[in-house]
Design a binder for this molecule. Structure first.
Ligand code: FE
Ligand code: FE
Length: 183
C-alpha cells in the first residue's frame, strides 16, 4: 500500500482521473468535481464535500484503470476509497464513502423507480454488488451510523455524470481538504 497523503489524492485525481469513467465524455475527475460541487450546493458541509470529491478515489490510488465491472468482477472500490480516507479525514468522511455502493442497493430496494434512473454502468455493477436489498437488509442498512449520509452521497453520485458541465476545479478543494484533515 503506498503511503497516502492528501496531496497524493489530489495528484491522482488530477492525473489519472482524466481516464474515462465508463461514460462517454465524463472523466473520473469530472465525476469527482461534479459530486463535490453538488454536495456544496446542497449545504451538506465540508466533510461531505470531501467525501463526494474522493468517493471513488480508491480506483486511482491502488488499481490500474481496468474496468473490472466490465469483466464481471466487483472491484470493492468503496472499501479501498474508505480505507484511504479514514486515515486522512476520519469517519465522517470515510464511512459515507464505504456505504455508497450499499446505498445504491438500499435505494433500489426502497424506491420502486430508482433503478430506472441509474446509468447503464451502475446497473451493470449492481448485480455484481449483490442486487437490490431485501426488506431485512433495508432495515439493517439504515440502522448503521452514516447510512443517511451515504444515501445523500449516492444520490449526488448518480447526478454527477453530466458531460461538459462547468464546475469549480480541483484547486478549489485544497483548503477544504486541509480543514477536514485529521492526520
Ligand atoms: Fe463509486
Ligand atoms: Fe461515483
Amino acid at each position: 500500500m503506498p503511503s497516502v497523503t492528501i496531496d497524493l489524492l489530489f495528484d491522482r485525481l488530477g492525473s489519472r482521473g482524466l481516464g474515462a469513467y465508463g461514460l462517454a465524455n465524463v472523466s473520473q475527475l469530472d465525476h469527482a468535481l461534479q459530486s463535490a460541487a453538488l454536495a456544496g450546493e446542497q449545504g451538506l458541509g465540508d466533510q461531505m464535500v470531501i467525501a463526494a470529491l474522493f468517493h471513488d478515489v480508491g480506483h486511482l490510488v491502488f488499481d490500474d484503470d481496468t474496468d473490472l465491472a466490465a469483466q464481471g468482477i466487483d472491484d470493492r472500490h468503496e472499501e479501498a476509497s474508505a480505507d484511504v480516507l479514514a486515515g486522512l479525514f476520519g469517519e465522517a468522511v470515510s464511512e459515507p464513502v464505504r456505504l455508497h455502493v450499499a446505498a445504491k442497493r438500499y435505494l433500489c430496494g426502497a424506491q420502486a423507480d430508482y433503478y430506472d434512473k441509474l446509468s447503464l454502468d451502475s446497473r451493470r455493477s449492481l448485480a455484481l454488488q449483490g442486487g437490490p436489498m431485501s426488506e431485512a437488509e433495508l432495515a439493517q442498512f439504515m440502522a448503521q451510523p452514516y447510512a443517511e449520509a451515504a444515501v445523500a452521497l449516492r444520490l449526488i453520485d448518480d447526478c454527477a455524470k453530466v458531460s461538459g458541465l462547468a464546475v469549480p476545479g480541483l484547486d478549489h478543494y485544497r483548503s477544504v481538504a486541509m480543514a477536514c484533515s485529521t492526520a
